[in-house]
Design a protein around this ligand. Structure first.
Ligand code: FES
Length: 80
């Protein structure tokens, strides 16, 4: 199981966390990975970054709405 959390804290919200969350949800479903990924929203991780903070198994990444697809391939799918 891969744990993925998208920060929905206020700083990340302004940077598009809703878009990132929706797109990731969509990619997880399209790839049939709902059973393999524990996907959730999280409050401020205390690691506000230039983009939206997304943690994958405790490693925190900075993701923009424009880079979600790449991020999904490189950092999530590769860990399954
Ligand atoms: S608001 Fe997202 S890490 Fe702080």
């Amino acid at each position: 199981m891969v744990n993925v959390s998208v920060c929905i804290g206020s700083s990340c919200h302004i940077k598009g966390s809703r878009k990132v969350l929706n797109r990731l949800q969509c990619l997880i479903e399209q790839n049939g990975l709902s059973e393999k990924i524990d996907f959730r929203g999280a409050f401020c991780m205390g690691l506000c970054k230039p983009g939206v903070s997304v943690s994958v198994n405790d490693e925190v990444f900075s993701v923009d709405p424009e880079t979600v697809d790449d991020f999904f391939e490189k950092e999530i799918k590769s860990k399954i």
